[in-house]
Design a protein around this ligand. Sequence first.
Ligand code: HEM
Length: 284
Amino acid sequence: MSMPWQDRAGRFSALKAATLAALLLPGLVIAQDYARGLLGARPITEMIHASGLWAIRLLLISLAITPARQILRLPRLILLRRMIGVATFCYAALHLTLDAADKMFDLDLVFSEIIHRVYLAIGAGALLLLLALAATSTDGMVARLGGKRWQALQRSVYLIALLATVHFFLQSKIDVSEPTMMAGFLLWLMGYRALSWRGGTARATGRISLLLLSLGAALATALGEAAYFGLFTGIPARLVLAADLSLAAGPRPAWLVLAAGLAVTALAALGDARQKPLPGALRS
Ligand code: HEM
């Protein structure tokens, strides 16, 4: 069995070692802030929020690996996907453990809240699926399940991302900027996959496709946010869209989705300018 900092041949991989350190860092910062009493009057609540945020961020980063390796022509990034996926599960499991700690490890209370509160039930669904993916992430389990069944199970990551985003939205009180931004990134990532499934990798990684995808994801984010406010707060959609356009309240989620999408498009254009042929492993 290779260690997390080794490649498949058992050699030390600086890329994997650096990624492992980066994945551990948020957990260490959370623990250190707690130990130094920097988390305010409700430190456990702060830690529940921080661990949940890192779980969903890492989930989206794991979904970004395939587009990144294809667009940036870096097939080696695949080495990191399993590690980032397992780290996602670890932060989500820490998140649940902290929620239980907040309830003095009264497990009856923890389970009864999960059953009675929709946003917790949705989070629990995402966590159970993450557990299934983490438990089947070893080479032995891949061999035991067989490639096709293992891949079918891996596809549940899209459902996990959807459930986690809905959980994030539902637990937000007034400010839904961050979940809206996450939903926008998720739209971009799923849109990229739809393009790749329909037209192949070469078409999906093209500059025009990426530009249109980024514009579409940003527009859908703005419209989705306006619809959310209209439906759940009664704030007219046109006011939300006007706030988006004015930029007075700082960059709104749709702009951040657009900025990230344009940055990816620019990187793809730079890659094209270098005219490196797409490696065979990335062509399909
Ligand atoms: C049994 C499973 C889960 C439970 C019991 C749970 C519980 C909670 C609780 C109690 C909160 C804080 C709500 C508040 O302060 O009002 C929260 C927030 C959050 N959870 Fe979960 N959660 C679960 C699963 C997940 C999973 C699987 C993810 C992501 C992959 C996730 C991501 C988040 C995020 C992003 C937040 C908001 C953080 C913030 O606003 O700063 N949760 N969750």
